[in-house]
Design a protein around this ligand. Sequence first.
Ligand SMILES: [Zn+2]
Ligand SMILES: [Zn+2]
Ligand SMILES: [Zn+2]
Length: 99
Amino acid sequence: MSRHQYDLVQCMKQPGSRYGFLCQNCDGKCPICDSLVKPTTKVRICEECSYGHLGNRCILCGSNLVDNHSSVAYYCLECVLMEKDREGCPRIINVGSSF
Ligand SMILES: [Zn+2]
Ligand SMILES: [Zn+2]
Ligand SMILES: [Zn+2]
């Protein structure tokens, strides 16, 4: 399954202490590779992405998180082994032109 990656830009700032959350649609996906298997390490996002209007949005698709319908994002085992979880805040900051 192919995904259009070219207009997706990740934040990549130094992660803070807040976890990244996913909406129901994106629940269970690794923010790096979209894998749905072997969730391993909780995703931490940067200070900038965890406050204000960004704080309650899905880190992958940017949709508003509804109370009690969001779950913490995890990096999959493969991305952890490749140390992708250390590269920085994985929040998608540019989802096409409509956002
Ligand atoms: Zn992954
Ligand atoms: Zn960020
Ligand atoms: Zn989402």
